[in-house]
Design a protein around this ligand. Structure first.
Ligand code: ADE
Length: 409
Protein backbone atom coordinates (compact mmCIF):
# COMPACT_ATOMS: atom_id res chain seq x y z
CA UNK A 1 0.00 0.00 0.00
CA UNK A 2 1.05 3.59 -0.68
CA UNK A 3 -0.04 6.47 1.55
CA UNK A 4 0.44 10.13 0.61
CA UNK A 5 -0.13 12.90 3.12
CA UNK A 6 -0.75 16.39 1.72
CA UNK A 7 0.03 18.89 4.46
CA UNK A 8 1.68 22.13 5.55
CA UNK A 9 3.73 20.09 8.06
CA UNK A 10 5.27 17.18 6.13
CA UNK A 11 8.22 16.80 8.57
CA UNK A 12 5.84 16.29 11.45
CA UNK A 13 3.93 13.57 9.60
CA UNK A 14 7.06 11.95 8.24
CA UNK A 15 8.58 11.80 11.73
CA UNK A 16 5.58 9.92 13.03
CA UNK A 17 5.60 7.44 10.14
CA UNK A 18 9.33 6.79 10.71
CA UNK A 19 9.04 5.87 14.38
CA UNK A 20 8.28 2.69 16.28
CA UNK A 21 6.21 -0.11 14.69
CA UNK A 22 5.30 1.88 11.55
CA UNK A 23 8.89 3.09 11.14
CA UNK A 24 10.20 -0.50 11.21
CA UNK A 25 7.49 -1.67 8.78
CA UNK A 26 8.24 1.27 6.47
CA UNK A 27 11.97 0.44 6.52
CA UNK A 28 11.06 -3.12 5.49
CA UNK A 29 8.96 -1.71 2.60
CA UNK A 30 5.77 -3.24 4.00
CA UNK A 31 4.16 0.04 2.88
CA UNK A 32 5.25 3.21 1.13
CA UNK A 33 4.58 6.67 2.60
CA UNK A 34 5.18 10.16 1.18
CA UNK A 35 4.47 13.47 2.87
CA UNK A 36 4.03 16.47 0.56
CA UNK A 37 4.41 20.17 1.33
CA UNK A 38 1.37 22.07 0.01
CA UNK A 39 3.46 25.27 -0.07
CA UNK A 40 5.72 23.76 -2.74
CA UNK A 41 2.76 23.86 -5.15
CA UNK A 42 1.79 27.51 -4.69
CA UNK A 43 2.07 29.81 -7.71
CA UNK A 44 2.30 33.18 -5.95
CA UNK A 45 5.61 34.88 -5.12
CA UNK A 46 5.01 34.86 -1.36
CA UNK A 47 4.22 31.13 -1.41
CA UNK A 48 1.02 32.00 0.37
CA UNK A 49 -1.24 28.99 0.95
CA UNK A 50 -4.39 30.62 2.33
CA UNK A 51 -6.58 33.67 2.21
CA UNK A 52 -9.56 35.36 3.86
CA UNK A 53 -12.89 33.59 3.45
CA UNK A 54 -15.38 35.01 0.97
CA UNK A 55 -18.38 36.26 2.90
CA UNK A 56 -16.25 37.22 5.88
CA UNK A 57 -15.67 35.42 9.14
CA UNK A 58 -12.64 34.61 11.18
CA UNK A 59 -9.64 32.51 10.20
CA UNK A 60 -8.10 31.70 6.87
CA UNK A 61 -9.06 29.23 4.16
CA UNK A 62 -6.55 27.08 2.22
CA UNK A 63 -6.41 27.80 -1.51
CA UNK A 64 -7.74 25.13 -3.88
CA UNK A 65 -4.94 25.43 -6.45
CA UNK A 66 -1.86 24.19 -4.51
CA UNK A 67 -3.78 21.27 -3.06
CA UNK A 68 -5.14 20.36 -6.49
CA UNK A 69 -1.70 20.51 -8.09
CA UNK A 70 -0.18 18.47 -5.29
CA UNK A 71 -2.88 15.81 -5.69
CA UNK A 72 -2.30 15.77 -9.47
CA UNK A 73 1.40 15.16 -8.81
CA UNK A 74 0.51 12.28 -6.45
CA UNK A 75 -1.83 10.82 -9.11
CA UNK A 76 1.01 10.99 -11.67
CA UNK A 77 3.45 9.28 -9.29
CA UNK A 78 0.97 6.49 -8.60
CA UNK A 79 0.28 6.03 -12.32
CA UNK A 80 4.05 5.85 -12.99
CA UNK A 81 4.28 3.00 -10.46
CA UNK A 82 1.42 1.17 -12.16
CA UNK A 83 -0.79 1.79 -9.11
CA UNK A 84 -4.49 2.60 -9.14
CA UNK A 85 -5.65 6.22 -8.84
CA UNK A 86 -5.37 7.16 -5.15
CA UNK A 87 -8.48 7.25 -3.02
CA UNK A 88 -8.55 10.84 -1.71
CA UNK A 89 -9.66 11.59 1.86
CA UNK A 90 -9.95 15.13 3.27
CA UNK A 91 -9.57 15.31 7.04
CA UNK A 92 -12.01 17.89 8.36
CA UNK A 93 -14.10 18.36 11.49
CA UNK A 94 -17.16 18.28 9.22
CA UNK A 95 -16.47 14.79 7.84
CA UNK A 96 -18.08 11.44 8.55
CA UNK A 97 -17.02 10.02 11.89
CA UNK A 98 -14.09 7.64 11.66
CA UNK A 99 -14.17 4.13 13.09
CA UNK A 100 -12.53 0.72 12.72
CA UNK A 101 -14.94 -0.28 9.98
CA UNK A 102 -13.74 2.69 7.90
CA UNK A 103 -10.13 1.82 8.75
CA UNK A 104 -10.68 -1.69 7.37
CA UNK A 105 -12.29 -0.30 4.22
CA UNK A 106 -9.48 2.23 3.63
CA UNK A 107 -6.90 -0.51 4.27
CA UNK A 108 -8.11 -2.29 1.15
CA UNK A 109 -7.04 0.55 -1.23
CA UNK A 110 -3.75 0.19 -3.04
CA UNK A 111 -3.17 3.92 -2.76
CA UNK A 112 -4.59 6.42 -0.29
CA UNK A 113 -4.07 10.22 -0.23
CA UNK A 114 -4.86 12.07 3.01
CA UNK A 115 -5.30 15.84 2.76
CA UNK A 116 -4.88 17.88 5.95
CA UNK A 117 -6.73 21.14 6.31
CA UNK A 118 -5.43 23.94 8.47
CA UNK A 119 -6.78 27.18 9.91
CA UNK A 120 -10.50 27.58 9.27
CA UNK A 121 -10.79 25.15 6.40
CA UNK A 122 -10.17 24.27 2.78
CA UNK A 123 -11.78 25.85 -0.28
CA UNK A 124 -14.78 23.56 -0.83
CA UNK A 125 -14.18 23.43 -4.59
CA UNK A 126 -11.01 21.33 -4.28
CA UNK A 127 -12.82 18.95 -1.92
CA UNK A 128 -15.64 18.63 -4.47
CA UNK A 129 -13.23 18.18 -7.36
CA UNK A 130 -10.82 15.65 -5.78
CA UNK A 131 -12.30 14.25 -2.58
CA UNK A 132 -13.71 10.74 -2.45
CA UNK A 133 -14.71 11.29 1.16
CA UNK A 134 -14.34 13.64 4.14
CA UNK A 135 -13.47 12.13 7.52
CA UNK A 136 -13.54 13.53 11.06
CA UNK A 137 -11.76 11.59 13.80
CA UNK A 138 -14.17 12.76 16.50
CA UNK A 139 -16.54 15.40 17.74
CA UNK A 140 -13.92 18.01 18.62
CA UNK A 141 -12.03 20.60 16.61
CA UNK A 142 -8.29 20.34 16.02
CA UNK A 143 -6.08 23.18 14.80
CA UNK A 144 -5.33 21.13 11.69
CA UNK A 145 -5.83 17.82 9.98
CA UNK A 146 -2.31 16.46 10.64
CA UNK A 147 -3.13 14.56 13.82
CA UNK A 148 -6.29 13.28 12.15
CA UNK A 149 -4.41 12.09 9.06
CA UNK A 150 -1.88 10.32 11.30
CA UNK A 151 -4.68 8.65 13.24
CA UNK A 152 -6.09 7.38 9.94
CA UNK A 153 -2.66 6.38 8.59
CA UNK A 154 -1.76 4.51 11.80
CA UNK A 155 -5.03 2.62 12.04
CA UNK A 156 -4.94 1.70 8.33
CA UNK A 157 -1.26 0.76 8.13
CA UNK A 158 -1.34 -1.51 11.17
CA UNK A 159 -3.86 -3.63 9.26
CA UNK A 160 -1.39 -4.19 6.40
CA UNK A 161 0.03 -7.73 6.34
CA UNK A 162 3.27 -8.03 8.30
CA UNK A 163 3.06 -4.65 10.07
CA UNK A 164 2.01 -6.24 13.36
CA UNK A 165 3.99 -9.27 14.52
CA UNK A 166 0.93 -11.52 14.55
CA UNK A 167 -2.30 -11.19 12.65
CA UNK A 168 -4.10 -12.29 15.84
CA UNK A 169 -2.69 -9.06 17.34
CA UNK A 170 -5.31 -6.94 15.70
CA UNK A 171 -8.12 -9.45 15.67
CA UNK A 172 -8.24 -9.40 19.49
CA UNK A 173 -8.31 -5.63 19.64
CA UNK A 174 -11.11 -3.36 20.63
CA UNK A 175 -13.68 -2.79 17.90
CA UNK A 176 -12.38 -5.63 15.72
CA UNK A 177 -15.46 -7.66 16.46
CA UNK A 178 -17.46 -4.67 17.61
CA UNK A 179 -16.54 -5.12 21.31
CA UNK A 180 -14.06 -3.31 23.55
CA UNK A 181 -10.92 -5.18 24.51
CA UNK A 182 -10.71 -7.15 27.75
CA UNK A 183 -8.29 -5.90 30.46
CA UNK A 184 -4.63 -6.99 30.20
CA UNK A 185 -2.11 -7.77 32.96
CA UNK A 186 1.62 -8.52 33.08
CA UNK A 187 4.20 -9.27 35.75
CA UNK A 188 4.33 -9.04 38.74
CA UNK A 189 1.42 -11.21 39.89
CA UNK A 190 0.72 -8.75 42.72
CA UNK A 191 1.45 -5.06 42.22
CA UNK A 192 0.99 -2.67 45.15
CA UNK A 193 -1.51 -5.06 46.69
CA UNK A 194 -3.47 -5.62 43.46
CA UNK A 195 -3.51 -9.21 42.26
CA UNK A 196 -3.90 -10.43 38.68
CA UNK A 197 -7.30 -12.14 38.20
CA UNK A 198 -6.61 -15.77 39.26
CA UNK A 199 -8.14 -17.28 36.09
CA UNK A 200 -5.26 -15.83 34.02
CA UNK A 201 -2.77 -17.89 36.02
CA UNK A 202 -4.55 -21.23 35.53
CA UNK A 203 -3.12 -21.98 32.08
CA UNK A 204 -6.62 -23.21 31.12
CA UNK A 205 -7.11 -21.44 27.79
CA UNK A 206 -10.74 -22.37 27.44
CA UNK A 207 -11.48 -20.74 30.79
CA UNK A 208 -9.27 -17.74 29.99
CA UNK A 209 -11.01 -17.16 26.64
CA UNK A 210 -14.41 -17.39 28.33
CA UNK A 211 -13.33 -14.89 31.01
CA UNK A 212 -11.96 -12.49 28.41
CA UNK A 213 -15.15 -12.74 26.36
CA UNK A 214 -17.22 -11.97 29.47
CA UNK A 215 -15.02 -8.99 30.32
CA UNK A 216 -15.28 -7.63 26.76
CA UNK A 217 -19.05 -7.91 26.72
CA UNK A 218 -19.42 -6.43 30.20
CA UNK A 219 -17.12 -3.47 29.45
CA UNK A 220 -18.85 -2.74 26.18
CA UNK A 221 -22.28 -2.99 27.78
CA UNK A 222 -21.32 -0.54 30.52
CA UNK A 223 -19.08 1.89 28.63
CA UNK A 224 -20.47 1.83 25.11
CA UNK A 225 -24.12 0.75 25.10
CA UNK A 226 -24.36 1.98 21.48
CA UNK A 227 -21.66 -0.46 20.35
CA UNK A 228 -23.10 -3.21 22.51
CA UNK A 229 -26.57 -2.87 21.00
CA UNK A 230 -25.10 -3.13 17.52
CA UNK A 231 -23.05 -6.15 18.57
CA UNK A 232 -26.15 -7.89 20.00
CA UNK A 233 -27.92 -7.40 16.71
CA UNK A 234 -25.08 -8.94 14.73
CA UNK A 235 -24.35 -11.71 17.26
CA UNK A 236 -27.73 -13.16 18.16
CA UNK A 237 -27.97 -16.31 20.26
CA UNK A 238 -29.77 -18.36 17.68
CA UNK A 239 -29.66 -21.58 19.65
CA UNK A 240 -30.14 -22.14 23.34
CA UNK A 241 -27.62 -24.53 24.93
CA UNK A 242 -28.74 -28.18 24.86
CA UNK A 243 -30.43 -29.70 27.90
CA UNK A 244 -28.15 -32.25 29.51
CA UNK A 245 -29.26 -35.73 30.53
CA UNK A 246 -31.16 -35.63 33.80
CA UNK A 247 -32.00 -31.94 33.51
CA UNK A 248 -35.61 -30.99 32.99
CA UNK A 249 -38.35 -28.44 33.61
CA UNK A 250 -41.36 -29.45 35.68
CA UNK A 251 -44.63 -27.66 36.18
CA UNK A 252 -45.10 -26.52 39.79
CA UNK A 253 -48.00 -28.64 41.09
CA UNK A 254 -47.33 -29.85 44.61
CA UNK A 255 -47.18 -27.86 47.81
CA UNK A 256 -43.49 -28.73 48.11
CA UNK A 257 -42.81 -27.35 44.62
CA UNK A 258 -44.81 -24.22 45.40
CA UNK A 259 -42.74 -23.66 48.55
CA UNK A 260 -39.53 -24.09 46.53
CA UNK A 261 -40.81 -21.62 43.92
CA UNK A 262 -41.41 -19.08 46.71
CA UNK A 263 -37.85 -19.66 47.97
CA UNK A 264 -36.35 -19.18 44.52
CA UNK A 265 -38.49 -16.10 43.99
CA UNK A 266 -37.30 -14.59 47.29
CA UNK A 267 -33.67 -15.29 46.40
CA UNK A 268 -34.20 -13.92 42.89
CA UNK A 269 -35.85 -10.74 44.04
CA UNK A 270 -33.16 -10.08 46.62
CA UNK A 271 -30.54 -10.53 43.90
CA UNK A 272 -32.10 -8.24 41.31
CA UNK A 273 -33.21 -5.66 43.87
CA UNK A 274 -29.91 -5.45 45.75
CA UNK A 275 -28.66 -2.43 43.73
CA UNK A 276 -31.87 -0.48 44.31
CA UNK A 277 -33.21 -1.48 47.73
CA UNK A 278 -32.06 -0.90 51.30
CA UNK A 279 -30.84 -3.80 53.48
CA UNK A 280 -34.11 -3.56 55.37
CA UNK A 281 -36.17 -3.83 52.22
CA UNK A 282 -34.09 -6.78 51.02
CA UNK A 283 -34.45 -8.54 54.37
CA UNK A 284 -38.24 -8.31 54.02
CA UNK A 285 -38.14 -10.29 50.74
CA UNK A 286 -38.72 -13.69 52.32
CA UNK A 287 -40.40 -16.76 50.78
CA UNK A 288 -43.36 -16.12 53.12
CA UNK A 289 -43.60 -12.57 51.75
CA UNK A 290 -43.83 -13.74 48.14
CA UNK A 291 -45.94 -16.84 48.59
CA UNK A 292 -49.32 -14.99 48.54
CA UNK A 293 -48.26 -13.22 45.32
CA UNK A 294 -47.46 -16.54 43.66
CA UNK A 295 -50.79 -18.03 44.79
CA UNK A 296 -52.69 -15.01 43.43
CA UNK A 297 -50.84 -15.14 40.12
CA UNK A 298 -51.55 -18.84 39.74
CA UNK A 299 -55.27 -18.12 40.12
CA UNK A 300 -54.83 -15.49 37.40
CA UNK A 301 -53.54 -17.89 34.76
CA UNK A 302 -49.84 -18.06 35.56
CA UNK A 303 -47.98 -21.38 35.46
CA UNK A 304 -44.61 -21.78 37.18
CA UNK A 305 -41.85 -24.16 36.22
CA UNK A 306 -38.79 -25.36 38.15
CA UNK A 307 -35.52 -26.42 36.55
CA UNK A 308 -34.15 -29.68 37.96
CA UNK A 309 -30.43 -30.33 37.49
CA UNK A 310 -28.74 -33.68 36.93
CA UNK A 311 -28.77 -34.53 40.62
CA UNK A 312 -32.41 -33.57 41.03
CA UNK A 313 -31.89 -30.16 42.65
CA UNK A 314 -34.02 -27.20 41.67
CA UNK A 315 -31.77 -24.35 40.62
CA UNK A 316 -33.93 -22.11 38.42
CA UNK A 317 -37.52 -21.07 37.92
CA UNK A 318 -39.72 -19.24 35.46
CA UNK A 319 -43.37 -18.27 35.18
CA UNK A 320 -45.54 -17.93 32.06
CA UNK A 321 -49.00 -16.45 31.68
CA UNK A 322 -51.04 -17.95 28.85
CA UNK A 323 -53.72 -15.25 29.22
CA UNK A 324 -51.40 -12.28 28.70
CA UNK A 325 -48.34 -13.79 27.00
CA UNK A 326 -46.10 -12.58 29.81
CA UNK A 327 -43.02 -14.31 31.14
CA UNK A 328 -41.86 -13.58 34.68
CA UNK A 329 -39.93 -14.70 37.73
CA UNK A 330 -37.03 -15.97 35.66
CA UNK A 331 -34.24 -16.71 38.09
CA UNK A 332 -31.16 -18.94 38.24
CA UNK A 333 -29.46 -19.54 41.60
CA UNK A 334 -25.98 -18.14 41.95
CA UNK A 335 -24.15 -21.49 41.95
CA UNK A 336 -25.88 -22.54 38.71
CA UNK A 337 -25.00 -19.40 36.75
CA UNK A 338 -22.65 -19.33 33.79
CA UNK A 339 -23.92 -22.62 32.33
CA UNK A 340 -26.53 -21.23 29.99
CA UNK A 341 -29.44 -22.28 32.23
CA UNK A 342 -31.02 -18.79 32.03
CA UNK A 343 -30.94 -19.00 28.24
CA UNK A 344 -32.48 -22.47 28.25
CA UNK A 345 -35.18 -21.52 30.73
CA UNK A 346 -36.18 -18.35 28.86
CA UNK A 347 -36.25 -20.27 25.58
CA UNK A 348 -38.39 -22.93 27.25
CA UNK A 349 -40.82 -20.30 28.61
CA UNK A 350 -41.18 -18.60 25.23
CA UNK A 351 -41.91 -21.92 23.56
CA UNK A 352 -44.58 -22.57 26.21
CA UNK A 353 -46.47 -19.59 24.72
CA UNK A 354 -46.84 -20.57 21.04
CA UNK A 355 -50.17 -18.73 20.92
CA UNK A 356 -48.28 -15.47 21.60
CA UNK A 357 -46.04 -14.46 18.71
CA UNK A 358 -44.48 -11.66 20.74
CA UNK A 359 -44.44 -12.56 24.44
CA UNK A 360 -43.36 -9.80 26.85
CA UNK A 361 -41.41 -9.70 30.08
CA UNK A 362 -40.41 -7.11 32.65
CA UNK A 363 -36.85 -6.46 33.75
CA UNK A 364 -35.34 -3.87 36.10
CA UNK A 365 -33.31 -1.24 34.24
CA UNK A 366 -30.40 -1.95 36.61
CA UNK A 367 -30.26 -5.61 35.56
CA UNK A 368 -28.03 -4.93 32.57
CA UNK A 369 -26.70 -8.51 32.39
CA UNK A 370 -30.19 -9.88 31.90
CA UNK A 371 -31.14 -7.14 29.46
CA UNK A 372 -28.16 -7.89 27.27
CA UNK A 373 -28.79 -11.63 27.32
CA UNK A 374 -32.42 -11.05 26.35
CA UNK A 375 -31.35 -8.73 23.52
CA UNK A 376 -29.07 -11.42 22.14
CA UNK A 377 -31.99 -13.86 22.36
CA UNK A 378 -34.13 -11.67 20.13
CA UNK A 379 -35.96 -9.55 22.73
CA UNK A 380 -36.25 -5.80 22.22
CA UNK A 381 -36.98 -2.96 24.63
CA UNK A 382 -40.62 -2.02 24.34
CA UNK A 383 -41.45 0.67 26.88
CA UNK A 384 -41.55 1.07 30.63
CA UNK A 385 -43.85 -1.05 32.79
CA UNK A 386 -43.28 0.69 36.14
CA UNK A 387 -41.29 3.66 37.38
CA UNK A 388 -39.86 3.13 40.85
CA UNK A 389 -39.25 6.60 42.23
CA UNK A 390 -38.30 6.79 45.92
CA UNK A 391 -39.46 10.43 45.95
CA UNK A 392 -42.98 9.19 45.14
CA UNK A 393 -42.86 6.77 48.07
CA UNK A 394 -42.34 3.70 45.92
CA UNK A 395 -40.80 0.78 47.81
CA UNK A 396 -37.33 1.22 46.25
CA UNK A 397 -34.39 3.21 47.59
CA UNK A 398 -33.06 4.18 44.17
CA UNK A 399 -34.85 5.48 41.08
CA UNK A 400 -35.19 2.72 38.52
CA UNK A 401 -37.58 1.49 35.91
CA UNK A 402 -39.04 -1.87 35.13
CA UNK A 403 -38.62 -2.13 31.38
CA UNK A 404 -40.86 -4.12 29.12
CA UNK A 405 -39.15 -6.32 26.57
CA UNK A 406 -40.90 -7.99 23.68
CA UNK A 407 -39.78 -11.08 21.76
CA UNK A 408 -39.11 -10.43 18.10
CA UNK A 409 -37.42 -13.68 17.19
N1 ADE B 1 -9.59 19.02 11.49
C1 ADE B 1 -10.01 19.74 12.56
N2 ADE B 1 -10.71 18.98 13.41
C2 ADE B 1 -10.74 17.74 12.89
C3 ADE B 1 -11.33 16.49 13.30
N3 ADE B 1 -12.04 16.39 14.43
N4 ADE B 1 -11.16 15.42 12.52
C4 ADE B 1 -10.49 15.52 11.35
N5 ADE B 1 -9.91 16.65 10.92
C5 ADE B 1 -10.04 17.75 11.67
Amino acid sequence: MRIDIVTLFPELCDGFLSASILGRARAKNLFEAHCHQIRDYTKNKQKQTDDYPYGGGCGMVLYAQPIADCLRAVQDQCAAQGRTKPHVVFLTAAGQQYNEETAKRLASYDSLALVCGHYEGIDQRVIDAFGDEEISIGDYVLTGGELASLVVADSVLRLQPGVLAEEKGYQDESYWDGLLEYPQFTRPEVWEGRAVPPVLLTGDHKKIDAWRGDQSRQRTRERRPDLYDRWCETHPLTEAPKWKRGENMRLVKTEEQMARAAELMAEGRRTVCSPVCTEEQLAAMTPEHWRPDLDAERKNGWAFYLHYNKVGETDAMVGVCHKTGMIGHLFVTESARGQGIGTKVLDFARKKLPEHEHPTLGVLSTNTRAISLYKRMGWRLNGVLTVHDPAQGAPFAVYCEELRMRFHG
